[in-house]
Design a protein around this ligand. Structure first.
Ligand code: OSB
Ligand code: MG
Length: 357
């Protein structure tokens, strides 16, 4: 699927997404999940091709034809697989869709969600000129989005953010560095304290907690971790070490709804706010994000926004829409609450594989 506009971060530029979907059939029902990988290993270590390989050669043999009582149990079947969280999440989330249809409840209820409307923010990619960025920020605020995340990279960071702050003195702003800095940049990063930011997301290395703890001790602005957090143990370690004060929760990065609930719970017990991150998902991944975002610890606006910000035409119906007050109304029908557009998916499909027990 071609993005409406290329999305640039400090680690890569995405123009198209090769969307990897899983449809699971069980007990006469069908459930859908999205494997939220990129084509390159520049955000995390998985790629579209590694996910396909892990799915075909390991996840399928461990799971197809097996009996589980709940979606959560499929995680146990896959527990020998180390890493490859996004590949595992795709399957587990499809099973959650099936379980919610079987129990005739909306997915968000099955997950234990309580919000009926979720607050939305946007993530804006790096722009070539600050004037262009300021125009985009203005448009998103005008559309109602409750907070704006700016991607930054060395050379396009502090001055840009200061200009945006000057143009929008009251906006809820934050930045995301996608691991572009090191501790040697601490003096520069401290200057962001003057920009009144909600948080600075993943400034340092993707797998490094200790240095984030060192940096957080020198900053007033809360650090939010994204890339570093792959499970609830990581979340506990990060919080106890003082490596962050906020956590970005992504279903793919932590291996699916079950582990996401655990991360949510350990954060909530420690009064650490969480919010839902995004991976430029198609409607299927997006709808799973909406369901997760109803859990009570999701107290900050997430990177979950309208289908139309990404795609000319999405693969679900209706598309995800955002209200004028910057919220998404959570659907109340059983399962995902949106219909999957099989015809459109078929037209876009370039490769399929089917496994039966
Ligand atoms: O770091 O949060 C990130 C997109 C792809 C990979 C990593 C990230 C992002 C985003 C976009 O920030 C969030 C979205 O709008 O889906
Ligand atoms: Mg991020």
């Amino acid at each position: 699927m071609r993005l409406k506009a290329p999305f640039e971060t400090s680690s890569s530029i995405t123009r198209d997404r090769r969307v990897l979907l899983i449809e699971v059939g069980s007990d006469g029902l069908s459930g859908w999940g999205e494997i939220t990988v990129d084509d390159d290993p520049f955000y995390n270590s998985e790629t579209t091709d590694t996910a396909w390989h892990i799915l075909r050669d390991f996840i399928v043999p461990l799971t197809v034809g097996k009996t589980v009582a709940t979606a959560q149990e499929v995680g146990t079947l896959m527990s020998r697989i180390r890493g490859h969280e996004m590949a595992r999440a795709g399957l587990e989330n499809a099973l959650w869709d099936i379980e919610s249809q079987q129990k005739d409840v909306p997915l968000h209820k099955l997950l234990g969600g309580t919000l009926t409307e979720i607050p939305c923010g946007v993530s804006l990619g790096i722009q070539p000129r600050v004037e262009l960025l300021i125009t985009k920020v203005g448009e998103e605020l005008e559309a109602g989005y409750q907070r704006i995340k700016l991607k930054i990279k060395p050379g396009n960071d502090l001055e840009t953010v200061k200009e945006v702050r000057k143009a929008f003195p009251a906006a809820k702003l934050m930045v995301d560095a996608n691991s572009a800095y090191g501790l040697q940049d601490a003096a520069l990063l401290r200057e962001f304290d003057t920009c009144d930011l909600l948080m600075i997301e993943q400034p340092l290395a993707w797998d490094e907690l200790y240095e984030h703890a060192t940096l957080q001790a020198q900053l007033q602005t809360p650090i939010c971790l994204d890339e570093c957090i792959h499970n609830a143990r990581h979340a506990v370690a990060a919080i106890e070490l003082g490596a962050c004060r906020v956590i970005n929760l992504k279903l793919g990065r932590v291996g699916g709804h079950s582990e996401a609930k655990r991360v949510h719970d350990v954060c909530r017990e420690r009064t650490i706010p969480v919010w839902c991150g995004g991976m430029l998902e198609s409607g299927i991944g997006r709808v799973h994000n909406i369901a997760m975002s109803t859990l009570p610890g999701f107290v900050l606006p997430g990177d979950v926004s309208a289908s139309q910000r990404y795609w000319q035409e999405d693969i679900i119906e209706p598309e995800v829409e955002v209200t004028a007050r910057g919220t998404i109304q959570v659907p109340e029908s059983p399962g995902l609450g949106y219909s999957v557009r099989h015809d459109r998916i078929e037209r876009l499909t370039v490769q399929t594989a089917t496994w039966r027990s």
